[in-house]
Write a protein that binds this ligand. Structure first.
Ligand code: FAD
Length: 427
């Protein structure tokens, strides 16, 4: 049997693509390696980013649905929601940069990703998508007039043929690698992440997200604490490490010897989820032949769930156009390049704002954060906007820093001109 469209991966991107293409009358098969989509085992903070114009969109969380007004669609969701109204970047000595809106509207909205994915899968099946779970797509060939996938289910292998393929298999995409898309991409780093859901953390604020920055906290990357969907009194501690600096060791240091260790004396672990993230620069042209790559599979680290939904929506229409002999993949590429901040070199440079450690010493981070801790910056969560606001506020004190800390001034003046690639090479 020849399908119109095969999709690898039933994450938010793949499910949205399957549902949209099937609604257009396409004959769609969706392959997912895990048994279920509702139990999220891969680490994810499960928050919608509410920053204005984030990913060229201004999503609204309404009763029973998530609306994407600028992209012209919505997704049904009637699961739990929880607002985060305050974000803090906190230095080793506790100097805190505060982000919040004057009217306290949400900076981010927590949602149940497993619930969302399951309800989208139900919609896919109702729309006629052929869904195969516990099915790994392990090799892909583009044969010119169609694609051929080799799949494995319960230990036995078989083939699937389709006129077009959407690769939506996430950040470590096997499909993208096997089709040679990664050849020209720069691999920055491989991060190991664990999210610990903890009960009994003292001083935990259920509407705040706190980023702890500095080696005193035991990590090069920020250690983040935010509310969990496991319950109002449960906190999620997000730890990002590497093969050299294991997340388990960071967790131990943060909770037993770091500046906040006292607050974790009685904390117990309720749950943990983990993942490996290979960070490449994004695929600027995410298609070749009969294959379109969408969502995290084509991104610099992550598109977030809302971005993945948008990729799925536009990816499905792109395939429908291609099947009708039109140039849908180029239309998608234009939209992809315009919509995601990581597709601009400037934005990647801004992302260095998070890469404070080890470029800056703990004393320097204390000094810089103390300069701006008496004001509230606009609520911001996005990977690019929040560090930009932080650095814009710090640089208002440029002359004071140059006079008081010439070595620090020289350091960040040179860092301002660096690209993200140079940052990682330097580290
Ligand atoms: C620590 C961390 C925190 C995060 N926090 C947030 C957050 O707060 N908010 C937010 O919106 N996003 C967050 N993200 C990002 C978010 O999880 C992703 O951007 C989003 O899920 C990407 O969707 P996707 O559909 O492209 O890929 P994925 O969600 O990764 O889905 C890919 C799917 O493909 C399947 N698959 C993979 N390979 C194969 C194969 N060979 N054969 C068959 N199936 C396969 C996988 O099992 C998976 O179901 C976070 C990510 C991390 C790592």
């Amino acid at each position: 049997m020849m399908y119109d469209l095969a999709i690898i991966g039933a994450g938010p991107a793949g499910l949205m693509a399957a549902k949209t293409a099937a609604a257009q009358g396409g004959n769609v098969i969706l392959l997912e390696k895990f048994n279920t989509v509702s139990a999220v085992s891969r680490a994810c903070c499960q928050q919608f980013v509410m920053d204005e114009n984030y990913e060229n969109e201004n999503i609204r969380v309404e009763t029973g649905k998530i609306v994407f007004p600028d992209n012209g669609f919505s997704v049904d969701y009637d699961g739990p929601l929880h607002n985060i109204t305050d974000t803090w970047f906190i230095s080793p000595k506790g100097h805190a940069v505060h982000f919040s809106y004057p009217d306290k509207h949400a900076i981010a909205v927590k949602f149940d990703k497993g619930y969302l994915l399951q309800s989208m899968l139900d919609d896919c099946i109702a729309a006629g998508v052929e869904y195969r779970n516990s099915t790994l797509a392990y090799s892909t060939k583009d044969l010119g007039n169609h694609v051929e996938l080799h799949i494995m289910h319960n230990g036995s292998s078989s083939k699937v043929q389709a006129r077009k393929l959407i690769a939506a298999d996430g950040v470590n995409s096997r499909t993208v690698e096997s089709l040679g898309f990664n050849k020209d991409r720069m691999h920055f780093a491989t991060a190991l992440c664990i999210i610990y859901s903890l009960e009994g953390v003292e001083g935990f604020e259920p509407t705040a997200m706190k980023w702890h920055m500095g080696l005193a906290y035991g990590s090069y990357a920020p250690v983040i604490i935010d509310p969990s969907l496991e319950g109002r009194h449960i906190a999620d501690l997000v730890v990002m490490g590497s093969a050299q600096q294991k997340p388990e060791d960071i967790f131990k240091a943060f909770t037993t010897t770091g500046p906040l260790a006292d607050r974790y004396k009685s904390a117990t672990i309720r749950k943990r989820t983990g993942c490996t993230v290979k960070a490449y620069n994004s695929l600027m042209v995410p298609h070749r032949g009969n294959v379109l790559v969408i969502g995290d599979a084509a991104a610099y680290v992550e598109v977030e769930v809302q971005g993945a939904l948008m990729c799925g929506y536009h990816g499905a229409y792109a395939v429908c156009k291609e099947l009708n002999g039109e140039n849908g993949f180029d239309d998608y590429t234009g939209w992809w390049q315009r919509s995601f901040e990581f597709n601009s070199e400037e934005a990647l440079r801004v992302a260095q704002g998070y890469a404070l450690v080890p470029t800056y010493t703990d004393d320097e981070i204390d000094y810089l954060f103390a300069l701006v801790e008496d004001r509230v910056l606009d609520g911001a969560y996005g990977q690019y906007k929040a560090p930009k606001l932080l650095w814009d506020a710090i640089l208002e004190h440029r002359e004071k820093i140059a006079a008081e800390k010439p070595e620090l001034y020289a350091k960040f003046s040179s860092n301002q001109g660096m690209t993200l690639g140079e940052t990682f090479q330097k580290d």
